[in-house]
Design a protein around this ligand. Structure first.
Ligand SMILES: C[S@@+](CC[C@H](N)C(=O)[O-])C[C@H]1O[C@@H](n2cnc3c(N)ncnc32)[C@H](O)[C@@H]1O
Length: 442
């Protein structure tokens, strides 16, 4: 899951395993250039599936014989692993040092009685920690579902493994669950440069890289409460044969990209951050999803909301890939997650549905341009009929999570309002408001 590995609906949807290359850079990352821009780095895709890792153990011993074991105390400077363990409220370090930290800050020994919304173990660049701590309202409590009721249930899914299901009927826009991640970490990390100087092949370097990453993630895992660590290690792992260690495998299988956090340019997926969640990481994929999610920085939590009305007992899905791509493009994007999709959108895919998806943004943009003309001059044709037809097509194909769906709804409201059709305008206004709620906007 772009899952950033899993994807957010709004984030750029690329395969989530692009990594910074082995680099001869200062510990902790590549600082901006003198002019404030960021150094471009090519990315390396991590392997997935069954990968020969035969001689990796000896390579790793050769490169890093003395990994310092993580200690859960604060202030430890690891010699072999780049980064510092640091307390939650400390901020006096340079921008690009990597810190292991707990957010919101909690005291050693705190329990869920002290902080019922739980907390997140983080591996962050210094400036990212400052960014989070300076978010207005941080740390806001995690939003609660209506009436504090439980709207979800985790149980076996017909798609294999576990999935999440609606425990009661849910209306478009309703909050199903909100939670703080167990872990937030960089999607990639800077490999120590001695590996690159030992004449290793690219494949060997990647294996060493993943091993070092595993060690780094292990520090954060060691800092978790027993309960959080147990929940983390119980999550699914689709990366058991590609050289990922058990922790990295879980991160690659379950990570959601964290919008708004990036060590470089916001489009650079190698410098993005990924979050692993206890409950939301159980949501399976569909190319016609019924939920969407967003990240609220102030409460450091993800929210899962319905993107259409959902019946009690229905399985909840969100899209790990870009839903506005053709079936074959989606299949390619989903392969690293071990998903061969058999959702109705894939099983029933035709040339027409591929076209609807891949051309949707263009079609809505065209309607929007025509609508603007009509807004200025009501004697020109309006886009009501075409918009209603497209809304019906979108709903049938299950694409209501498409970013510009809201644009269509708004145009329909505006045309109905202008033509004095109050009831119809109200109906679509209601739908528009629900979609705003679903997107996390109020
Ligand atoms: C984030 S986990 C989702 C929860 C997982 N099913 C579990 O048991 O915890 C992602 C993994 O679930 C499986 N999965 C998710 N959606 C799927 C789908 N539509 N079809 C088949 N497998 C799916 C894949 O193994 C994928 O790597």
């Amino acid at each position: 899951m772009k899952r950033g590995f899993l994807k957010t609906a709004k984030a750029k949807k690329t395969e989530g395993i692009a990594l910074p290359p082995v680099a001869s850079t200062p510990p902790g990352g590549v600082p901006p250039k003198g002019d404030g821009s960021f150094v471009e780095r090519p990315s390396i895709k991590l392997p997935y599936g069954k990968v020969e890792t035969g001689n990796v153990a000896s390579v790793i011993d050769f490169v890093q014989p003395n990994i310092v074991k993580a200690r859960p105390t604060e202030g430890v400077v690891s010699r072999k692993i780049i980064g510092r363990e640091i307390s939650g409220d400390t901020v006096d370090y340079s921008d690009y040092v990597i810190v292991y930290t707990t957010l919101p800050p909690v005291n050693l020994g705190d329990t869920l009685d002290d902080e019922p919304d739980n907390w997140t173990e983080c591996i962050l660049a210094g400036h990212i920690k400052r960014q989070i701590l300076s978010t207005p309202g941080f740390p806001r409590p995690v939003e609660k579902t209506a009436g504090g009721k439980v709207y979800h249930r985790v149980k076996p899914s017909p798609f294999g493994g576990l999935g999440m299901f609606a425990a009661r009927p849910v209306r478009t826009g309703d909050l199903i669950v909100a939670e703080r991640p167990l872990l937030i970490a960089q999607r990639g990390f800077e490999m120590r440069d001695e590996s690159g100087s030992k004449g290793l092949t690219q494949a060997e370097m990647i294996q060493v890289y993943m091993q070092q990453w595993e060690e780094q993630l292990g520090i954060a895992l060691n800092r978790m409460t027993d309960e959080n660590r147990k929940a983390f290690m119980a999550l699914a792992n689709s990366h058991t044969e590609d050289g990922s260690g058990p922790i990295l495998g879980i991160v690659r299988t379950n990570g959601y990209e964290v919008p708004g956090l990036n060590d470089g340019h916001e489009d650079d997926s190698t410098r993005a951050y990924t979050a692993v969640l206890n409950v939301m990481s159980r949501v399976n994929h569909s190319c016609s999803p019924n939920t969407t999610h967003h990240f609220d920085m102030a409460s450091l939590s993800f929210q899962l909301r319905a993107i259409r009305d959902i019946k009690q007992g229905e399985e909840l899905f969100y899209a790990y890939c870009d839903i506005l791509r053709t079936k074959s493009e989606r299949a390619e994007e989903l392969a690293p997650y071990g998903v061969v999709c058999v959702c109705p959108g894939c099983v029933g895919a035709t040339k027409e549905t591929d076209l609807l998806r891949s051309e949707l943004a263009k079609r809505i943009a065209k309607l929007r341009a025509d609508h603007h003309v009509w807004m200025k001059d009501h004697s020109r044709p309006n886009v009501l009929v075409a918009s209603l037809k497209l809304i019906a097509e979108i709903e049938k194909e299950g694409l209501t999570d498409a970013p510009s769906f809201i644009v269509l709804l708004r145009m329909v409201v505006e045309v109905y309002s202008a033509s004095g059709s109050g009831n119809s305008a109200m109906k679509y206004l209601d739908q528009l408001n629900n979609h705003f709620r679903a997107s996390g906007r109020r």
